[in-house]
Design a protein around this ligand. Structure first.
Ligand code: NAP
Length: 316
């Protein structure tokens, strides 16, 4: 099969022929239609965090996908060849075929294209688990989401708003109309204002998708007993204790149940998915260049750099 592979840490992405996976009795072989690009892909490939995110070389990146079931193992129930599915994988989705456990996949929402569906699993479940599982967000509470216009943030805004929370977001000012259209009550332009100086009231939950100084300043705006949930770097337990809040870095724990719940919300139009750009699989290196700039602050006055949503790779 054709796949994108990495042969050494920090090396080039190579589009070439790789062995097609075989499936065990409890697994499903999916013919991939699309996959999506995550910041973690680049971190894993760089080797800078190999103690936390080790990979075996040669390695095929890719944590999420959409496709069609090609073959099922003898013990698999609930899926059949020809089913359209989407789901999560620990690796390997930048390829024509992927072997996965049925617990990692769910039926494709009929409203979504394969490209849209491939963009959903990681960002949507990270958002759900960040604000509800770790942040314990409830109706009537207020959440501050840093990086709310990004892929994870946009789901967090929609899910929190749907749950009846007041949603405040830090983002580029250019994203204000987009963010209010998906449920944000207030957008603070991180390029023009310090959120801790302009917020009048303290919040119940901070969902931090940015880290660094943004995370450090977040302790100042949390109510006592509140939750600081970070997705990109660990939270100082000393600072959390000093401010009488709980702080934790989350790690996505994908599940078929969680993905099925997201699929129903997409199906009934409660939430939507956005795709920023679609590249062919062989252009993965270009896609990685695009995503690399997203987390560095853009200059004051600079135009918004990109469309909303995820970067998708079309496989077939
Ligand atoms: N722990 C986990 O399980 C997990 C899972 C998924 C993702 N993540 C992490 O979550 C983070 C976000 O991922 P993503 O896919 O949503 O990223 P993304 O789509 O690239 O979005 C990043 C967003 O952050 C904005 N931004 C940059 N600097 C900012 C600042 N100082 N304040 C507020 N907004 C700022 C960018 O806006 P401009 O371009 O306008 O500056 C952009 O809208 C990444 O670090 C990723 O690795 C963690």
């Amino acid at each position: 099969m054709k796949a994108i592979r990495l042969f050494e840490y920090g090396g080039q992405l190579v589009f070439d022929d790789a062995p097609t996976p075989t499936i065990a009795h409890d697994a499903v072989l999916v013919k991939i239609k699309s996959t999506a690009v995550n910041h973690l892909d680049r971190v894993e490939a760089s080797g800078t965090a190999r103690q936390i995110f080790p990979i075996d070389l040669p390695w095929i990146p890719g944590h999420e996908f959409s496709g069609v079931v090609e073959q099922i193992g003898g013990d698999v129930a609930g899926f059949a060849p020809g089913d359209a599915v989407f789901g999560n994988s620990g690796l390997g989705a930048y390829a024509e075929y992927l072997a996965v456990k049925p617990a990692a996949i769910a039926g494709l929402p009929s409203k979504l294209s394969f490209e849209e569906a491939a963009s959903v699993p990681v960002a949507s479940q990270t958002a759900w688990q960040g604000i509800f599982t770790h942040g314990h967000l409830e109706k009537g509470q207020t959440v501050l989401i840093h990086g709310g216009a990004g892929a994870v943030g946009a789901y967090a805004v929609q899910l929190a708003s749907h749950a009846g929370a007041t949603v405040i977001v830090t983002a580029s000012g250019d994203d204000e109309a987009y963010l209010t259209s998906i449920g944000a009550s207030r957008v603070i332009d991180y390029r023009k204002a310090q959120f801790e100086k302009v917020l009048r009231e303290k919040v119940d939950v901070v969902f931090d998708l940015i880290g660094g100084d943004t995370q450090r300043r977040s302790f100042l705006v949390l109510k006592e007993g509140g939750y600081l949930v970070a997705a990109s770097q660990p939270v100082s337990q000393e600072e959390a204790a000093r401010h009488h809040v709980s702080g934790a870095m989350m790690n996505l724990a994908p599940s078929a149940d969680g993905l099925g719940r997201i699929a129903r919300l997409l199906e009934d139009g409660t939430i939507r998915s956005d795709v920023a750009t679609v590249y062919a699989l062989q252009d993965a290196a270009q896609a990685w260049n695009d995503i690399a700039g997203n987390l560095s602050p853009s200059a004051p006055g600079a135009a918004r750099r990109r469309s909303h949503g995820k970067i998708v790779l079309r496989v077939a």
